[in-house]
Ligand binder design. Structure first.
Ligand SMILES: Nc1nc2c(c(=O)[nH]1)N[C@H]1C(S)=C(S)[C@@H](COP(=O)(O)OP(=O)(O)OC[C@H]3O[C@@H](n4cnc5c(=O)[nH]c(N)nc54)[C@H](O)[C@@H]3O)O[C@H]1N2
Ligand SMILES: Nc1nc2c(c(=O)[nH]1)N[C@H]1C(S)=C(S)[C@@H](COP(=O)(O)OP(=O)(O)OC[C@H]3O[C@@H](n4cnc5c(=O)[nH]c(N)nc54)[C@H](O)[C@@H]3O)O[C@H]1N2
Ligand SMILES: [Mo]
Length: 750
């Protein structure tokens, strides 16, 4: 037990990096930056208030309407009844058993998407998947909200798993520093976003690299709707959201018209240029994709486009693409087209040249490390084969049995009767939340493990209070980081919270599979076992890792795993000899035209990249919805985590909406005004911030505010997902289309 008079300071790790925590008795009282972090985030500052906040789930809780009458309506408005653990676990286990007996495990949705917390063993989603597999399986989901569309399209283009490509093979920052002369950043590279990385990023380096780029006169050009998407000092070419493909086509058109295309590279390393070229030059549709054609679409004047294309062809150029570009309808196109543009420049495979994805999105991208692997809690195998694209949950609930297309296959949506969620907040992350709220009434039962009363917990039938990482022992490590942490249990569990492992072990026991789930081990046993596996995997890589006792005593260590010598260059061996080191595509080369995709016959993603305007963007603006809403990641926290404590801060809520002076003036809006942001899908409040740093016609509202209680006609704290459109990127990728939304804004009286 924790001595109630004790004081201690320890370091712990999180998705936003390491930090020091001061504990007095059973309370976390303060946090401080970690001494080795050159650019710490403000996020840990909220922790002391959040971890003890009144919105923590104190007891196992069951919604009254469900408990008494198994009523489905009332999710989000009913009161909850607190029950003893044993009773609540009995009820949940009986219900899970009923559903699997009556409908089979294919009626249980356990995708359970979400970031939960860092820490290798107590990873909520892995725990949930292992439990559900031990009871016969569940309907799973493919991909992430982050990169779902890219994960589908890019293997067709480069023949590789997209995540491996960007985490393990893309050029490192040092390579970029040493070789790149022109850095063309679609969607910017935002140090605010690279403060975060799955499993943690200890030394936040991105801002520092940009200082070094400036010192050597690298030209860094941010192409996107907001100046602040790149560090200060970068050039800015403002473009309308969703128009990047038009601009990329125009850049390609300049290369081709001015003899700047690298024919040798296209011939050696790509296939299908001859099928794409007639479209580019307008031979197929009578419309050359020239800078003049693109100008009214993207808002970039033709001279700027021409000069940029010439510069890109005459210097070592790296094109980078933020993940946000594929988080919108037809998000496949800018991703594919950026690869084609870079292939035409012919610099793919040269150090500091070519193309890269997600620099800045995640702090680990661009770090070259020796991967150690291990510390992975087995999820067992899932006997149910049904997998939906992660962002299609609303469609799945609305359309059971209805067929849908996804990356060349056509399947019916499963008929879901029970949802189990641990470690995610769909009422934060999903699009068109008012529509989700309706679809969410369909399943018979919703079970959620959560530390806080989030909008998702409030819309569940059974809520189990989960511990946070500060209430349990774990190990913090990430393949994208060179530090290793013992994450000590700092305080006892708040309220009656239990670890996800204990919750699932309790359910598994009741369902007769206790031994399958736990293998007879306690959490401490698992930690030792996983840690020893990790240690032994490090040995052949020549890396010595202390034993667990020593790590406990030292709290953290820095691992000698920074890759030495010449830095990493994406596709260097392939460029060198495409026959000897072919890509994993059907042709072994970069596919400018894909026979596979062409054979799918999708008009929303044909055989080569094309300009396809989304259903909502400035080119389709209406009187009722004249402004394009982008909803980036919040700078002050991770998604919706710690929201309730942040919202207590003076002036923090509603969330800030950035808008252009021209758009503000005609609406009589000034900085600091309360506004209503609305469209036909919903409305939310926000606090206006008027700025020249955003493209006219665009408004930006970060994600992160919790969705309000049902019944109100305006979401009080500013959750942009009451406004976004719930539609797949295309039949190919079926990713989330968070950035596809037109809205209007009006001043609210105080
Ligand atoms: N409009 C719009 N929407 C978006 C995006 C966008 O750009 N625009 N971005 C999308 C993207 S990329 C993402 S990744 C998603 C993020 O969406 P999520 O990953 O769902 O967001 P989080 O707030 O991180 O949710 C994690 C939840 O897990 C809980 N949790 C933390 N630790 C534990 C634990 O140990 N056990 C349990 N049981 N629970 C725990 C937290 O309290 C929190 O409620 O949002 C997506 N939504
Ligand atoms: N501090 C913090 N950092 C985070 C997170 C967090 O919650 N907090 N979340 C993490 C997660 S899960 C993810 S997936 C990554 C996401 O990383 P990204 O997807 O790269 O980042 P976003 O913040 O969603 O968007 C970046 C910018 O893209 C611009 N943009 C939007 N649409 C378009 C477009 O059509 N064209 C162009 N050119 N630009 C556009 C917007 O102005 C926006 O500010 O961030 C990670 N980093
Ligand atoms: Mo994400």
């Amino acid at each position: 037990m924790v001595d109630s008079s004790s004081k201690q300071t320890k370091v712990t790790s999180s998705h936003w990096g390491a930090f020091e925590v001061d504990v007095e008795g059973d309370r976390i009282v303060a946090t401080r930056p970690f001494s080795h972090d050159p650019h710490p985030t403000p996020i840990p500052g909220i922790l002391p208030a959040a971890v003890h906040h009144r919105t923590r789930v104190a007891h196992p809780s069951i919604r009254r309407g469900w408990l008494e009458k198994r009523k489905r309506d009332g999710r989000g408005s009913d009161e909850f009844v607190a029950l003893p653990w044993d009773e609540a676990l009995d009820i949940a286990a009986t219900e899970i058993d009923r559903v699997r007996r009556e409908y089979g495990n294919k009626a249980i949705f356990g995708g359970s998407y979400g970031w939960s917390s860092a820490g290798r063993f107590h990873h909520a989603q892995s725990q949930a998947h292992r439990f559900l597999n031990s009871i016969g399986g569940y309907v799973a989901s493919f991909g992430s909200y982050s990169t779902g569309c890219a994960q589908s399209i890019m293997p067709h283009v480069f023949g590789a798993n997209f995540l491996q490509l960007l985490y393990e093979h893309q050029d490192g920052w040092q390579t970029i520093h040493d070789h790149t002369q022109t850095l063309v950043m679609f969607g910017g590279i935002n140090p605010k976003n690279s403060q975060v990385s799955m499993g943690g990023v200890t030394e936040h380096e991105t801002a520092g690299w940009f200082h070094r780029f400036a010192a050597k006169d690298m030209r860094c050009i941010n192409i996107g709707p907001q100046r602040i998407d790149a560090p200060e000092g970068c050039e800015w070419i403002p473009v309308r959201p969703a128009s990047d493909t038009a601009l990329m086509l125009a850049l390609a058109h300049v290369l081709e018209s001015e003899g700047l295309t690298n024919r040798d590279f296209l011939a050696r390393c790509t296939v299908g240029f001859e099928r794409f070229r007639p479209y580019l030059m307008g031979e197929t549709d009578g419309q050359p994709k020239s800078p003049e054609w693109a100008a009214p679409l993207c808002g970039v004047d033709p001279d700027t486009t021409r000069n940029l294309a010439r510069r890109m062809a005459s210097t070592r150029t790296l094109v980078t693409v933020a993940w946000s570009l594929q988080r919108g309808e037809h998000g496949e196109q800018p991703y594919w087209m950026s690869a084609v543009l870079s292939a035409m420049l012919g610099q793919i495979g040269l150090p500091g040249g070519g193309v890269g994805y997600g620099y800045g999105a995640i702090g680990g991208v661009g770090k070259s490390l020796i991967g150690l692997g291990g510390m992975t809690f087995s999820q067992l195998t899932n006997p149910v084969e049904t997998v939906i694209p992660v962002a299609r949950i609303g469609d799945m609930l609305r359309n059971p049995g209805q067929p849908y297309d996804f990356n060349g296959r056509r399947e019916p949506y499963p008929d879901i009767r029970l949802i189990y969620w641990a470690g995610g907040n769909p009422y934060h992350h999903h699009q068109d939340l008012n529509a989700l709220h309706e679809a969410w009434q369909k399943p018979e039962t919703v079970i959620v493990n959560e530390p806080w009363w989030t909008a998702t917990a409030k819309r569940a039938d059974i809520v189990f209070p989960a511990t946070t990482p500060y209430e349990r022992e774990d190990i913090g490590r990430s393949n994208l980081d060179d530090y290793l942490f013992h994450m000590p249990r700092l305080i006892p569990p708040v309220g009656e919270a239990r670890d996800d492992y204990a919750i699932f072990a309790g359910l598994a026991e009741r369902l007769g599979v206790g031994a399958v789930f736990t293998e007879g081990r306690s959490a401490a046993d698992w930690l030792s076992l996983l840690y020893e596996e990790y240690r032994s995997l490090a040995v052949p890589k020549g890396v010595e890792v202390p034993d667990l006792e020593e790590l406990r005593a030292r709290n953290w260590i820095r691992l000698p795993i920074r890759a030495e010598g010449p830095n990493r260059t994406l596709f260097a061996p392939f460029r060198e000899n495409p026959e000897a080191s072919p890509l994993g595509t059907p042709s072994g080369k970069i596919e400018i035209f894909s026979e596979t995709i062409d054979a799918f016959g999708y008009d929303d993603c044909p055989g080569h990249p094309v300009w396809l305007p989304p259903s909502e963007w400035l080119g389709a603006a209406t009187v009722a919805a004249p402004l394009h809403l982008v909803s980036p990641q919040p700078g002050d926290k991770l998604h919706s985590q710690f929201e309730s404590a942040l919202a207590d801060r003076e002036g923090a809520r509603p969330e800030t909406l950035v808008m252009h002076p021209g758009d503000a003036t005609v609406r009589g809006i000034r900085t600091g005004d309360l506004v209503r942001v609305f469209n036909t899908r919903g409305a939310c409040r926000a606090r206006a911030s008027v700025s020249e740093d955003i493209h006219p016609g665009v408004v930006a509202l970060p994600t992160g505010a919790w969705f309000g209680d049902p019944g109100g006609n305006i979401d009080p704290d500013g959750n942009p997902n009451v406004l976004t459109k719930d539609v797949g990127t295309s039949r190919l990728g079926q990713g989330c289309s968070a950035h596809t939304a037109l809205v209007d804004v009006a001043r609210l009286e105080a």
